[in-house]
Design a protein around this ligand. Structure first.
Ligand code: IMP
Ligand code: MG
Length: 181
């Protein structure tokens, strides 16, 4: 894939992310103190680093599972429906489910994923998103826990990609296109 040249400006440092993840995990551990049925579900692929760091700070027994939804991506699909590309391995009926998402933008991905999960009769479903772009929201979905509200910039790093690149950056950066030539 050819890409316009760009540079990445640091938006959130690795240190700030670590501190925030620790604080989120504390709140989550308190919230779920009464449950022994917690399943933490990471949405692939963007959440893979976040979920790895988050579950290591959660002081409860947890199961970890993953789900990959199709992204409507760059296509001009008006319905913005999402399909499941990789489903959970485990059952969630009667379970407490914590969905871990990298970033909530319009909210359509999360809305559809939550609708799919609800058909399986979990006990309760909550959402923890690392990043949130409130100014872009087109749906009414909300995350119970959000790491950082960010402005309407395209971000990469800490698991999040631009055309499959930059997932391995330890911090969150904003993409800035540079002059061509
Ligand atoms: P939504 O359905 O519009 O909320 O989009 C959610 C998904 O789009 C996220 O899980 C990301 O995969 C992707 N996405 C949204 N904003 C960004 C961004 O700034 N950088 C990289 N991926 C993004
Ligand atoms: Mg995603």
């Amino acid at each position: 894939m050819t890409q316009k040249p760009y540079i990445v400006d640091e938006l959130i440092s690795a240190k700030a992310i670590a501190a925030r993840v620790e604080a989120l995990a504390k709140e989550i551990s308190t919230f779920y103190a009464d449950t022994d049925k917690l399943v933490v579900v990471g949405l692939l692929r963007g959440s893979f680093i976040f979920i790895a760091d988050l579950v290591r700070e959660i002081q409860l027994p947890v199961e970890v599972d993953f789900l990959e939804a199709s992204s409507y991506g760059n296509s001009t699909v008006s319905s913005r429906e999402v399909r499941i590309l990789k489903d959970l391995r485990g059952e969630i009926a009667g379970r407490d489910v914590l969905v871990v998402e990298d970033i909530i933008d319009t909210g359509y991905t999360l809305k559809h994923v939550l609708e799919i999960l609800e058909t399986r009769h979990p006990r309760r479903v909550e959402v923890c998103a690392l990043l949130n772009k409130p100014s872009r929201r087109e749906t009414d979905v909300q995350a119970k826990w959000v790491g950082f509200d960010i402005p309407d910039r395209f971000v990469v790093g800490y698991g999040i990609d631009y055309a499959q690149r930059n997932r391995n950056l330890p911090h969150i950066g904003a993409v800035r296109f540079t002059e061509e030539n």
